[in-house]
Design a protein around this ligand. Structure first.
Ligand code: FAD
Ligand code: DLZ
Ligand code: SF4
Length: 515
């Protein structure tokens, strides 16, 4: 009689709840490379390579630590191609008395897990994922009775709970949030320090070859593969961030520079989401940098807010709002995703650069995702489900629990404002202020209408106008709506006609890129 412990590709932590208290002699750890996970949406090649390589390295570490690991390769001729199919086969091989799993990061996978007992005939225990600070139940308790879920209030509770950046009951420095100090546009020549290099070892090279062959039609490049694939490599990446980039992380957090793909960002989200890095440990180390005088408070608070605030909050929202969140479309957006999201072929320099870094690195930083790629989809009225598929495919850090609330809630307002108090809609002026994109663009950011004008400018007003019945009473949009109403009818007509003319030039993407 043994316990079967399945470990999924984003559960690669030695402290995983399901391993705790298990007797190594009596436990079989099951790890499964299954085509169904790579193709339910057609993930970026580098993301699949990262996950398979990290899984293979983690299996080797478990074996070295004395665990018995049953590892199913993608190329195994008997591979069933799905988690459930592999669970059935594993129960036949090992005849366990219990399957002990940790809740997955995807509602779809949890639905499958809930059926494992029926399909295998073996009892299934699903444990909370203790790698998060706030459990699903705790978040639901916090959210109960609140009409709007604001991250800021949740974050303060997390600060109190963890004691991070606290002086007794008060926040260090007297303020909870230093976001206002983290919004500088880039000066000419702004460059981030180089990222540490992780030369692919034999395991990673094998996986890169496998992915290049099996998933050659998927989006994205494998050429620049430079992700940490073990906890030790992730630790090197974290150490480099804390010394080289954290001190300036805050100031340039919202800046975008053409060709500068990482600037001062952590570039740690894939490692954190896979389980190779402990987010709370990172926060303590960031706080230590502040206390030692190596990094300013605004930068450290900003970083800690992302991890114990945004990351935990986003996960809570996902489980609270699923499965409805996946179908939400408050603004009734219907336009298909434009093909340039896949090809990068657009005259809009900002979008072209964001798609390029996405294709080359399976990475774009937060403001590129929110204020360029997301903002365009919001203003142009792209169907949220197509946008969410795109975001889930293209980023190495994208898992449903974190991608979907960020896309549907934060970027597209598809949840009608449960997550954000107003849509993150912006015209070209914002992108111009925060980037050096506009100088190289064939469109003119200062022009408001006409074929030479930046499309974001007319799309912004088109968005407000067509959604006036849904957004017109939002107090945070009172100023832009007042400005819109003050414009002459001719001016408004010019904006709307310009936007319509631009929208008519968009060609729809082949949906086969995503599914
Ligand atoms: P940094 O900017 O250096 O931030 C530090 C860490 O904070 C990140 O590593 C991440 O773990 C955490 N973090 C910051 N913001 C968020 C957030 N909004 N939600 C959750 N965690 C956050 N993040 C993902 O991990 N996976 C996704 O699929 C994803 N999709 C996104 C889609 C959209 C439309 C938007 C606007 C944001 C999305 N994010 C996603 C959040 C954020 O953009 C990424 O976490 C960040 O860009 C990762 O890069 P980094 O490690 O350099 O982060
Ligand atoms: C994303 C992904 C991919 C591409 N492949 C696998 C896999 O073969 N085996 C595995 O265990 N996990 C994989 N994953 C990650 C899962 O999709 C992820 O664990 C679930 O979506 C839950 O977050
Ligand atoms: Fe983007 Fe408009 Fe600037 Fe061109 S002018 S880079 S489209 S914001």
């Amino acid at each position: 009689m043994s316990v079967l412990v399945p470990i999924l590709g984003d559960q690669l932590s030695h402290r995983l709840a399901s391993l705790q208290g298990c007797d190594r002699a009596d436990t079989v750890v099951l790890m499964m490379e299954v085509a169904g996970e790579a193709t339910h949406v057609r993930h970026h090649k580098a993301k699949i390579a990262l996950i398979f390589s990290a899984m293979r390295h983690f299996a080797a570490e478990l074996r070295a630590a004395g665990w018995r690991v049953d590892y199913i390769d993608l190329d195994d001729p008997d591979n069933a191609g799905s988690f459930t199919g592999e669970m059935i086969r594993a129960v036949e091989r090992h005849a366990p008395h219990l399957i002990r799993a940790v809740e997955p990061g995807d509602w779809r996978v949890e639905q499958a897990m809930l059926d494992w007992q029926t399909f295998t005939g073996c009892p299934v225990e699903i444990m909370p994922d203790s790698r998060f600070l706030c459990s699903r139940d705790e978040f639901a308790g916090w959210a109960a009775g609140r009409k709007e879920l604001r991250m800021e209030f949740f974050y303060r509770e997390m600060r109190r709970r963890t004691g991070l950046l606290m002086d007794g009951k008060d926040p260090v420095g007297g303020k909870w949030n230093y976001d206002a100090e983290n919004r500088s546009g880039p000066p000419p020549g702004l460059k981030g320090p180089p990222l540490p290099r992780f030369t692919p070892d034999a395991v990673t090279q094998d996986v890169i070859e496998l992915v290049g062959t099996r998933f050659d039609q998927h989006f994205g490049s494998l050429e620049n593969f430079n992700w940490p694939v073990t906890a030790a490599e992730a630790e090197q990446a974290a150490a480099a961030f804390l010394t080289d980039r954290l001190p300036t992380f805050g100031q340039w957090q919202d800046a975008m520079v053409r060709g500068q793909d990482f600037l001062f960002h952590a570039v740690l989200s894939p490692a954190i989401n896979l389980g190779l890095l402990d987010p709370l440990g990172l926060c303590h180390r960031a706080e230590a940098e502040y206390r030692a005088g190596h990094a300013p408070l605004a930068a450290v608070e900003g970083f800690i807010r992302q991890l114990i605030g945004w990351r935990e909050y986003i996960r809570g929202v996902y489980w609270l709002e699923m499965p409805g969140l996946a179908e939400d479309n408050f603004l009734e957006a219907k336009r298909p995703l434009p093909d340039f999201y896949w090809t990068g072929k657009t005259d809009m320099a900002c979008l072209a650069d964001c798609v390029r870094t996405t294709r080359d690195n399976a990475y774009a930083h937060h403001i590129q995702r929110l204020m360029v790629l997301g903002n365009f989809a919001l203003l142009a009225g792209i169907r949220p489900q197509e946008v969410a598929d795109w975001f889930l495919v293209v980023y190495a850090d994208a898992f449903d629990w974190v991608e979907l609330p960020n896309v549907a809630g934060m970027a597209l307002f598809a949840d009608g404002g449960r997550l954000a108090s107003k849509p993150y809609a912006a015209s070209g002026a914002y992108i111009d202020r925060m980037s050096n994109y506009c100088g190289t663009c064939r469109y003119k950011v200062k022009l408001k209408t006409g074929p030479e004008a930046c499309p974001f400018n007319s799309l912004y007003w088109h968005f407000l106008d067509r959604n006036a019945d849904k957004l017109g009473r939002n107090i945070r949009l009172a100023n832009p709506y007042a400005t819109w109403r003050r414009m002459s009818e001719d001016k408004r007509g010019e904006y709307l006609a310009s936007a319509e003319a631009f929208l008519a030039t968009l060609s729809a993407a082949d949906p086969g890129w995503a599914r």
